[in-house]
Write a protein that binds this ligand. Structure first.
Ligand code: NDP
Length: 295
């Protein structure tokens, strides 16, 4: 039977948003500044539009002002760079987010480099990532999804220091920064990717697994050490004729099997997903506080 404790990302995210709401209004009342988040959306990908809409809604719900620029699929890289630089200079904007992926004719690196590191609330600027990787340096921002994973471990009092942690996936936005964060928290970290042989032998050693792969139910119960803690970042649609839209979302971890072995696990949905947006709001608030020197 299931024994794992469910790590309720939805509830934690709600609590964090409530904390942010209080801080935003305290800031507004004390110094008359409202934190602002600017989102640049290029092209008409439906999923990107949905993410942007959700981010804007989340901003409103905590009192953060949101700004949006929408550019067409065929706009030029220069136009995107111009929007970025406009927001870099705008004192009402404390966070800038370029929704990825960008159309293929644009150089993502160029555009991410152009975001002021003081407003890089996604934490994707190479200087922020570089600082994250270096001992004795502090990034101004940490990428939201991996930050949300670590925040869940903290809020559930799960010790990271000295533990064996395994990250599955090495993407710039999730896997790689998750591994760096775990290492900063004094875990001993292994990284599994698509060329790793016998991944299950490595995961079986893990006290903590963070999975960001994009393969539904890849990690089976037999891959997991009894008592391990599982953070499942994957959001994967699988066909389900009985679901209203004909599909449902599952993680990278085979949830039913994992529940019988792990000591704690995040569900999909309702685990890491809601934390990502909460961390974006938190980064935006932090940025506004830093820019206005408000404690
Ligand atoms: P990417 O596709 O950028 O990266 C996937 C990583 O998984 C790569 O490093 C890849 O290895 C590795 N990988 C792929 N297949 C295997 C395999 N069979 N065995 C081992 N490793 C494998 O994905 P993202 O990091 O952007 O996203 C990962 C998942 O997380 C997706 O399901 C996505 O939807 C979800 N996600 C959820 C978010 C949230 O808010 N909860 C936010 C962002 C993503 P290699 O490097 O060798 O190619």
């Amino acid at each position: 039977e299931a024994t794992a404790k469910v790590i309720d990302g939805k509830a934690v995210a709600k609590k964090i948003r409530d904390e942010i709401t209080i801080e935003v209004s305290r800031m507004k009342e004390s110094i008359g500044v409202v934190p602002g988040l600017a989102v640049i959306l290029v092209g008409d990908r439906k999923d990107s539009a949905t993410y942007v809409r959700n981010k804007k809604k989340a901003c409103e719900s905590v009192g953060i002002k949101s700004f949006e620029v929408r550019l067409s699929e065929d706009s030029s890289e220069e136009e995107v760079l111009k929007s970025v630089s406009g927001f870099n200079d705008d004192p009402c904007v404390h966070g800038i987010l370029v929704q990825l992926p960008l159309p293929s004719h644009m150089d993502e690196q160029n555009i991410l480099n152009a975001v002021s590191i003081e407003k890089d609330v996604d934490g994707f600027h190479p200087l922020n990532i570089g600082r994250l990787a270096m001992r004795g340096r502090e990034p101004l921002f940490v990428p939201c999804t991996p930050k949300g994973c670590i925040e869940l471990l903290h809020r559930y009092n799960i010790e990271i220091k000295g533990k064996r942690a395994v990250v599955i996936g090495r993407s710039n936005i999730v896997g790689m920064p998750a591994a760096l964060l775990l290492q900063r928290e004094d875990a001993t970290v292994s990284i599994i990717h698509s060329r790793t042989k016998n991944p299950e032998e490595i995961t079986r050693e893990a006290d903590i697994i963070i999975s960001a792969v994009g393969v539904p139910n890849m990690v089976r119960g037999s891959w997991i050490k009894p008592g391990a803690v599982i953070i499942d970042v994957g959001i994967n649609p699988v066909e389900d004729a009985s679901a209203p839209r004909g599909y449902r979302l599952v993680g990278d971890i085979c949830y039913e099997e994992a529940c019988k072995v792990a000591s704690a696990i995040t569900p999909v949905p309702g685990g890491v997903g809601p934390m990502t947006i909460a961390m974006l709001l938190s980064n935006t608030l932090t940025s506004a506080k830093r820019i206005h020197n408000f404690q």
